[in-house]
Each structure stands twice: as C-alpha cells, then as structure tokens.
Design a protein around this ligand. Structure first.
Ligand SMILES: Nc1nc2c(ncn2[C@@H]2O[C@H](COP(=O)(O)OP(=O)(O)O)[C@@H](O)[C@H]2O)c(=O)[nH]1
Ligand SMILES: [Mg+2]
Length: 251
C-alpha cells in the first residue's frame, strides 16, 4: 500500500538539527512525504524561526508552519494531528534525538502493514543510548518493564516519541495529555484498542544544541497516565467525533 506521510516537527530551540532532520528525510523519502508540519509557539527562538523560513523557501508548499493553540509538547503534536493530510503521520523531534534516517524504514513497514503503528526502541539489540543520564536510564528501564507487564505487551520502549501512525487511527482517539506523557499516551491508547505495534531498534544520542523542555520530576506523571488508561473503556478512548483534517491553519 503506498504511503504519504505527514512529518510533525515541534520546534523550540533547534537550528542545524531541524535543518538536518528535514534535509535527510527529504533526500531519502521525497516521493513518500506529503508534508512537514513544523509546530511553533511563543518560546520558539528567533534563530529557529530563521531556519524555518529557510526551509519554507527551500521546500515551498511541502512545509506548513503551525502556531500551536494547545500548550506544551503534547499540545503541539495534537494541534498538528488535526491538520495533517497524509495517509500516515510521523511523530518525532527536531533535535536529532529521533534519527531521521529511520523514517525510511518507518514508511516501508507502515506501507507493508496497514493499520499498524511502527515505533522506535532504544532498548533492543542494535538500539541504545549515548549520553543519557544514568538515573533516568534506570528509571526508564523499570518503567518500561512495569508497563509492558501491565499492558501485556512485548514492547520495550513505550515512552519514546518516535513513531508512524495510520492517520485515521490518530483521529479516532480522544487525546488528553498536554506535556511529555502524551508520547506514552500515543502508544497505550492504541494498544488498548487492539492496534498492532511493531518495534524497530534505534540508537539514541543526546542533542547537540539547546536543552530539553522536560524535567526529571515531571517523569513521575507518566505513571498516572499509564495507570489511568489501563482502566479506561474503549468508548472512553475513542473520540466522540472524528475530525477531518482542517485546512490552511498556517502561522
Ligand atoms: N512547538 C513546541 N515544541 C516543543 C515543545 N516542547 C518540546 N518541543 C520540541 O519537541 C521535541 C522534543 O522535546 P524535548 O524537550 O527535546 O524532549 P525530550 O527529548 O523528551 O527531553 C524538541 O524538538 C523540542 O524542541 C512545545 O511546547 N512546543
Ligand atoms: Mg529531546
């Protein structure tokens, strides 16, 4: 099945990392990419905005710049979900902590496996972490093991926000989280609906510019998201109305 992917790129303080992300994806997948939805907010730096203008010039109407209305990272991605026009949606970062070279494999696997989510894992052989805080790493491992048992899944990395979704699935779900736990919500709700999820390994490397918008103590909120969703009915997970993509909501 052919795949036309919408790539969501939230941006706060990335410059060369954003440029490299788009250039690599475009070089390796041009024909399969419907659009790049770059999501900005008041915190997006002037340096990042300059790179975004450059990308708009270079890739013309393949780039849409969306000014988010909902707050934080989850809000940025949720706003983008509503305007994506592709058959599939790629959720990733623009700080190179999500390897743009992996998008090729995402698209190929998504095309070959209709209705499934393809997601990246840092916890399987050939994956890994470079420059990840040791305390965060231990916490992450315990968290992954706990929730793979609770959700009866073999998935090894449910909190890493690097995945490709069928667009229809994304629009059929009632999303709730606004901050980073949204990344976790995007896999546990589909799992509860019975969606198949395929994992592929990737090496994670810490960003070379800017800093994260997440704080260590906020990581504990992920537990609440995971436990709460475990007890939801399918009806509660599904959106009341399925929104079709809106048009021309450009910044
Ligand atoms: N537009 C927008 N982008 C965000 C926001 N928070 C994070 N990002 C971007 O989303 C990506 C992932 O966020 P990051 O803070 O690096 O999270 P971490 O890697 O999980 O620590 C980065 O490219 C950020 O610049 C936000 O509130 N709005
Ligand atoms: Mg990051």
């Amino acid at each position: 099945m052919p795949c036309s992917a919408s790539i969501i790129l939230p941006v706060i303080n990335e410059t060369f990392s954003l440029r490299q992300t788009v250039d690599i994806i475009e070089t390796e997948n041009s024909a399969d990419i419907a659009e790049y939805v770059i999501v900005i907010c008041q915190k997006t730096t002037p340096q990042s905005l300059a790179v975004i203008s450059e990308l708009e010039q270079k890739y013309k109407n393949k780039v849409t710049v969306l000014k988010q209305t909902l707050p934080f990272l989850g809000g940025a991605v949720r706003d983008a979900f509503n305007i994506c026009r592709g058959s599939h949606i790629v959720m990733m970062a623009s700080d190179l902590e999500t390897d743009p070279h992996l998008v090729r494999e995402f698209i190929q696997l998504a095309g070959a496996n209709p209705g499934t989510i393809v997601t990246a894992t840092r916890w399987k052989t050939k994956g890994g972490f470079a420059g990840y805080n040791i305390l965060k790493l231990a916490f992450n491992w315990v968290f992954q093991r706990t929730f793979s048992i609770l959700y009866h899944t073999r998935l090894s990395d449910m909190t890493y926000g690097f995945r490709i979704f069928p667009a229809g699935l994304v629009r059929s779900i009632q999303w709730e989280e606004l901050r980073h736990p949204f990344l976790f919500e995007t896999v546990i709700k589909p799992l509860r609906l019975g969606t198949k999820v395929i994992e592929i390994p990737t090496k994670w490397e810490t960003r070379k510019e800017g800093e994260s918008q997440n704080s260590f103590f906020r990581n504990f909120i992920y537990f609440r998201t995971g436990i709460k969703t475990l007890f939801y009915t399918k009806e509660k997970i599904l959106a009341k109305h399925i929104n079709e993509p809106q048009t021309s909501k450009q910044a």
